[in-house]
Design a protein. Structure first.
Length: 332
């Protein structure tokens, strides 16, 4: 009897051991399909959340990957709801999965699509730019018709006609520049956002004669150079706003005190004193009171530099000087 029981347990344990070793790994095989339309999935990813690993599936929605029993799996496709499940192997140590997935509902902003004009079309528009003629009596005609000349000189109506013609010309010129920039953005000549168009056109300040007569290469070179300056200017402005408003919380009124002192006769000393007080208060530099006089001599701040530098340039300059000061005097 005892032998029979021992034999039973040994067989039972061997069966358990066999089943465990049999499914050390589980082959996950599956497919996802769009619930409405046949679709290719170029960003299908199968993520094993238990193991912290992921693999890409095929564009047709098929995938296969080795996992472990009870692993938590998520399937992620951009634009679709994420789905998840756990692995439970069959007798062949496989887990087969098939799922129809639904697209996420997205609210689309209204977009106005404008066809791009060709370079030749824009070139024709550039060359056709002209100020609408509002005939004015001048020179010999003015001598022959003085009353008409005086009327045109002082009449509000005539002045308004000329002003309207000038505004129409400026509007047409701006439209041509805008079409040109749209084409340059499409061909990745410049990387201009929709929000920057108006600001950049104003910054461009292109001469009307140059716009009409320049070659395509001259225009591209001119616009690219101007755009480089435009980017640098905006980066500096963004950096300055960050330094002043976000990082150190320094307002324009905070800076006005030392700038006012600098404008006074012999006010440089007071201006530097106020500037350092401001920078210590707003933690731009960690200057001990006992080191202030020695640091001012080490700083040797030039008045013309203070006047010509931007606020962010001053911050960088004084911070760098303070680092060197600390190293030189081994304060930290």
């Amino acid at each position: 009897m005892k032998k029979s029981i021992a034999l039973f347990f040994s067989v039972f344990i061997s069966i358990i051991g066999f089943s465990q070793s049999k499914c050390d790994q589980v082959l996950l095989k599956g497919r996802v399909e769009d619930s409405l339309n046949p679709q290719s999935f170029y960003n299908l990813m199968i993520v094993n959340r238990t193991r912290g690993k992921g693999v890409f599936g095929q564009p047709n929605g098929h995938f296969s990957v080795y996992v472990n029993e009870n692993d938590s799996i998520s399937i992620s496709v951009k634009g679709y709801e994420m789905i998840g499940f756990r692995i439970h192997a069959d007798e062949n140590c496989q887990f087969k999965y098939h799922k129809f997935i639904d697209r996420q509902a997205t609210e689309m902003k209204e977009v106005v699509i404008k066809p791009l004009k060709t370079l030749s079309q824009i070139k024709e528009e550039r060359q056709d730019l002209s100020l609408r003629e509002t005939r004015q009596v001048i020179g010999l005609e003015a001598l022959q018709s003085p009353i008409t000349a005086l009327y045109q000189t002082f009449s509000k109506k005539e002045k308004n006609k000329r002003w309207i013609a000038e505004q129409e010309f400026k509007d047409n010129e701006r439209k041509v520049v805008q079409e040109l920039l749209r084409l340059y953005v499409a061909y990745e000549i410049i990387n201009l956002t929709d929000e920057q168009f108006d600001d950049f056109i104003n910054f461009l300040n292109i001469n009307d004669v140059f716009l009409k007569t320049a070659t395509e290469l001259e225009l591209i070179t001119f616009v690219q150079d101007k755009f480089d300056h435009f980017k640098r200017l905006h980066l500096l402005t963004a950096e300055e706003n960050y330094l002043l408003q976000v990082k150190f919380h320094i307002t324009e009124s905070d800076n006005n005190k030392w700038k006012s002192d600098l404008n006074l006769k012999d006010g440089k000393k007071d201006a530097i004193e106020e500037l350092l007080r401001l920078y210590v208060e707003h933690k731009v530099i960690d200057l001990p009171t006992s080191e202030k006089e020695r640091f001012k001599r080490f700083l040797n701040l030039d008045e013309s530099f203070m006047r010509s530098s931007s606020d962010s340039q001053l911050i960088h300059h004084i911070q760098e000087k303070y680092k060197k000061y600390n190293l030189f005097y081994k304060l930290k």
